[in-house]
Each structure stands twice: as C-alpha cells, then as structure tokens.
Write a protein that binds this ligand. Structure first.
Ligand code: ADP
Length: 205
C-alpha cells in the first residue's frame, strides 16, 4: 500500500510523459503481482496453522465472474488470445467466501492466459447443476503432461514449463485447499499441445 499509493498518484499526474506512464503501468502491475504473492503466502500460513477462516455467505457468483472476466478479457486482447464466457447471463447464488472464490477464479484464469500462446483461446463456462454450480476454464495452451498432472496441486510444484512461462507453484495448491474447505471439488483434464480444462464444483443455494 505504501508503494502503490504514491505510484497511483504519479500515474494520474498530467505532467507525466507517455513513456513514463507506460513504465509506471508496469510498476503497478508488478506491485499487484507482489501483493498477490504475499497474500498467497499468508493464506498458506493460515491454512497450515488451521486459522484460515472462510467468511461464507450467499453470493452472486455471476456478478463476481462478470467483473473478473472483464479484467481478463483486456489481458487476453493484449496477448492476442480469443476470450469467451458462457453462462453469465442470469443470476446465481452460491454459498461461498467471495474473496476465496475470487482467488480461485483469478488463479485459473491467469494460468489459462499464461500457458496459452497468441492465437489460442480461453473459455469460461458457468453451469447450474443440481445443488451445485460448475465452473470450467478451458484453454488451448501447451497442456499438462500426465506426470506433471499428478503433482500440480502440491505446494511449490511447477511443471516443466520452460517452453511456456514460469510462475511460483503456489496458486493451484492454495486453490485446491480452499475448495476442500468449501467442500467443493476441482478436477483437471489436459492433453499436451492441445489444451487444458479445469473444472470447479461448489455448493449452490
Ligand atoms: P504457477 O502457475 O505459478 O507455476 P500453479 O500452482 O498455479 O503455479 O500451477 C502449477 C503448475 O501447473 C504450473 O507450473 C504449470 O506447470 C501447470 N499448469 C497450471 N495451469 C496450467 C494450464 N492452464 N496449462 C498448462 N499448465 C498449467
């Protein structure tokens, strides 16, 4: 906060040149990345000490997903990736922690964009099932080989993604544990060179 506040003010300044504004945009993006990483570590510590509390309440999952997909649509456009979202028309209430649900969706969407090259596509689909909602994020990216697939939900595990982009191996492990606490389910189907689908199921009201 101490870094991002002044940077946000600088970005708004009318005296800033176009080139410096571009650089400050990069600074802001990296601050957000750092903040996410710190928060993921904090959440993990809480999970490991058994003190991570879920603030579970009825939430409008569609409204939340629309906000999130709007952000990712912009990044997809920047990367030359087709972005499609289905099933976000009506309203749907789930019994969940909105902050944690946000983190789950954020992680799946950022991985999908990270591991998909330009010209590929990322598709989000929300479906109401009996007593549950099913959210799937599908990409046409590099895919996950079966050996890597066995470990992706482990803390700090990273696949051999040298041909793709590097990360930190924390996101999916946190996603899996939070979904377990919510008594939901997460599954993955993938084929190398074809793409990946992550599917999350959460209890619906
Ligand atoms: P990170 O992406 O920061 O490495 P994650 O825990 O989110 O950490 O993911 C763990 C690993 O799972 C990644 O390193 C990558 O090998 C694999 N992975 C996750 N999502 C995808 C995807 N959509 N396509 C291909 N590989 C993926």
């Amino acid at each position: 906060t101490m870094i991002s506040g002044p940077v946000a003010q600088l970005v708004e300044s009318s005296e800033i040149t176009k080139e410096n504004k571009r650089l400050l945009d990069i600074v802001q993006r990296n601050i957000r990345r750092m903040l996410r990483l710190v928060n993921q570590h904090l959440d993990f510590n809480k999970l490991e000490n058994d003190t991570l509390k879920l603030a579970v309440k009825p939430i409008d999952v569609i409204g939340q997903l629309i906000n999130l997909t709007d952000i990712f649509r912009v990044s997809a456009e920047e990367k030359g990736i087709f972005f499609k979202a289905y099933g976000l028309e009506d309203s749907m209430t789930v019994w969940a922690d909105d902050d944690k649900l946000d983190k789950i969706c954020f992680n799946l969407l950022s991985n999908a964009l990270k591991f998909t090259p330009a010209g590929g596509s990322v598709t989000v689909e929300l479906k109401a099932l009996h007593g549950q909602i099913r959210l799937s994020v599908t990409d046409t990216g590099c895919g996950i080989d079966p050996e890597t697939g066995k470990h992706i939900f482990e803390k700090f595990y990273q696949g051999d993604t040298s041909h793709c982009v590097q990360g930190n191996g924390l996101g999916l492990a946190l996603v899996k544990r939070v979904i377990d606490i919510m008594q939901g389910e997460i599954g993955v189907e993938s084929a190398v060179g074809v793409g990946t689908t992550f599917t999350v199921k959460i209890r619906r009201i």
